[in-house]
Design a protein. Sequence first.
Length: 187
Amino acid sequence: MEKSLTMSLSKELCLQDKAHSYTDIFADIFDRYYNRIYKYMRYRINRIEEAEDLSSQVFEQVMQKIETYHPDRGAFEVWLFTIAQNTVNAHYRQRKRWIWSPLESIRNLPSERPNPEAVAVHSEDQSRLLAALTSLDERERNIIAMKFAGGLKNREIAQLMGLSESNTGVILYRSLHQLREILEEEE
C-alpha cells in the first residue's frame, strides 16, 4: 500500500490542472502519516498537548503547501518530516529557548495488548532508556527520534540533517552502542 499511495500521490501532485482537488489525497496523507508525525513530536516535545498542537500544525502546512511538493526533488516522507522538523524548531524559537525535553511521556503511549506484567516491565525499561537518552547530544537524539519514532530510513534522515547516509548510519550505530553500554552498567 505504501508504494501505491506514494506512486498515486506523485502522479496526482504532478497534475497541472489547477481545478484538481487535493482533499482526497490529503485525507490519505493524514491517515497514513499522522501517527508517525505525532510520535516524532512526542519524542521532541515533552507535553502531550503541545505535541498534538504541533502535529496539527504540520498537517495544516501540508494542506496549504501540498501543491509545492514535487517528487523529483525528493521523497514525500522527507518533505513531510522537513515540515515537522521546522515546526518543532519554530516552536522552540518562539519560546525563546532550546530545551531538549526528556522522553518520559513515551511510557504512557498505549500498547497493542496491555498485559499488567508486560506493561510493568515495559515501563521500567522505558524509564531506563529515557534516562540513558539524556546522555546523548541533541543531534543524536533527533536522529534516533527520526529513525525509531518517525520510521524514516537512513537516507531520508541524512537528507533532513544535511549529512551523508553513511555518516547517519555511523551516528546511529555509535549512539545505540552508547545507550547499550549505559543500560548494561545499570543492570
